[in-house]
Design a protein around this ligand. Structure first.
Ligand code: NAP
Length: 268
C-alpha cells in the first residue's frame, strides 16, 4: 500500500523533535478550517494558526464579515466560505470547496457557536433546537465532512471549542450547557474511534471570554464573575487561541480525547 507524504506538521510530529525551531511555521503547507473564524475566539484561533503558516478556511454565515476577517490574517492562501454549520448539506459543500480550492484539510476547529438564554420554563422549542443544531450539530456536521480524507491520509487534528458551562451547567443556559456537554461526548467518541488512523480530537472549554457573546453582560455580573475567577479577570480570545493552536499542533501529538478548561481557574 502506498501512503501520501505527510504535511510539514505530520513530519515534525513523526521526527519527535520538540524545539521551538520546529514549531515556527509548523503548519506551513497545511489547511486549517476555523468555523466561526470571522470574530471573537475563532478569529484569534485563525490568526494563531496563520502565524504558524496555515492556510485558513474561515467558515461563518455572514459572507461579508468572514471575508473581512481574512484581511487581518498573516500569511497567504486564506479563503472564506459562507456556510451555516447547522446545515449538513452546506457543510459537505463547503468542505468540498475548501479541499478543491485550498487543498487537503489537516486541522478542523469547531468553534462556531450561539446562545439563546432563558430559564427552563421560558425556553422555546426554537431556542433549544437552534442552539443544539448549531453548537452540537455543527460540530458533528463538519467533523463528518472532513474525516474521510483525513482517514485516508492517516493524519488530522480536530479541536472543539466547548465551554465550562458544558461541565458545570448554568441557570438559564440548559440548551447551551446540553450542547457543549454533547460536544464533550462527541470529542471523546471521535478520539476513540479515529485514534488508530492518527486523527486526534480534543476540546478546549473556555470560561468567560471578552467577545461579542459576553459584551451584553451587566457590569455587576462581570464584577461577580471576577470574584469567582481565581485569576480575577475575564479571558481574552488570545488566551484560548494559544491552547487551541497547541492542541492542533505536533507538540500535542500524544494528547487525544481531552477537555482543557481555559477559565482563569474558575472550575478547578
Ligand atoms: P462570537 O463572538 O459570537 O462569534 C461567533 C462566531 O460563530 C462568529 O464568527 C459567527 O459568525 C459564527 N457562527 C455562529 N453561528 C454560526 C453558524 N450557524 N454557522 C457558521 N458560523 C456561525 O462568539 P465567541 O465568544 O467568539 O465564541 C466562540 C465559541 O466559543 C462558541 O462556540 C462559544 O460557545 C464558545 N465560548 C465562548 C465563551 C465566551 O465567553 N465568549 C465562553 C465559552 C465558550 P456568523 O454570525 O457570521 O455566522
Amino acid at each position: 500500500m502506498t501512503r501520501r507524504a505527510g504535511t510539514e506538521s505530520e513530519r515534525t510530529a513523526a521526527s519527535g523533535k520538540t524545539g521551538a525551531e520546529d514549531r515556527a511555521g509548523e503548519f506551513a503547507g497545511s489547511v486549517a478550517i476555523v468555523t466561526g473564524g470571522s470574530r471573537g475566539i475563532g478569529l484569534a484561533v485563525a490568526r494563531a494558526l496563520a502565524r504558524d503558516g496555515a492556510r485558513i478556511a474561515v467558515v461563518a454565515r455572514n459572507a461579508e464579515r468572514a471575508g473581512a476577517a481574512l484581511e487581518s490574517l498573516p500569511g497567504e492562501g486564506h479563503a472564506s466560505y459562507s456556510c451555516d454549520v447547522a446545515d449538513p448539506v452546506a457543510c459537505k459543500r463547503a468542505v468540498k470547496s475548501i479541499e478543491s480550492g485550498q487543498g487537503p484539510v489537516s486541522v478542523l476547529v469547531n468553534n462556531a457557536g450561539i446562545t439563546r438564554d432563558n430559564i427552563l420554563l421560558r425556553l422555546r422549542d426554537n431556542d433549544w433546537n437552534d442552539v443544539i443544531a448549531t453548537n452540537l450539530g455543527g460540530g458533528f456536521n463538519m467533523t463528518r465532512a472532513v474525516v474521510r480524507p483525513m482517514m485516508k491520509r492517516r493524519a488530522g487534528s480536530i479541536v472543539n471549542v466547548t465551554s465550562v458551562i458544558g461541565l458545570m451547567g448554568n441557570p438559564g443556559q440548559a440548551n447551551y450547557a446540553a450542547s457543549k456537554a454533547g460536544l464533550h461526548g462527541l470529542t471523546k467518541s471521535v478520539a476513540r474511534e479515529l485514534a488508530s488512523r492518527n486523527i486526534r480530537c480534543n476540546a478546549v472549554a473556555p470560561g468567560f471570554i471578552r467577545t461579542d457573546m459576553t459584551a451584553g453582560l451587566k457590569e455587576s455580573v462581570v464584577d461577580d464573575l471576577k470574584r469567582r475567577i481565581p485569576l480575577a479577570r475575564l479571558g481574552d480570545p488570545a488566551d484560548v487561541a494559544c491552547v487551541v493552536r497547541f492542541l492542533a499542533g505536533s507538540e500535542a501529538r500524544y494528547i487525544t480525547g481531552q477537555i482543557i478548561a481555559v477559565d482563569g481557574g474558575m472550575t478547578m
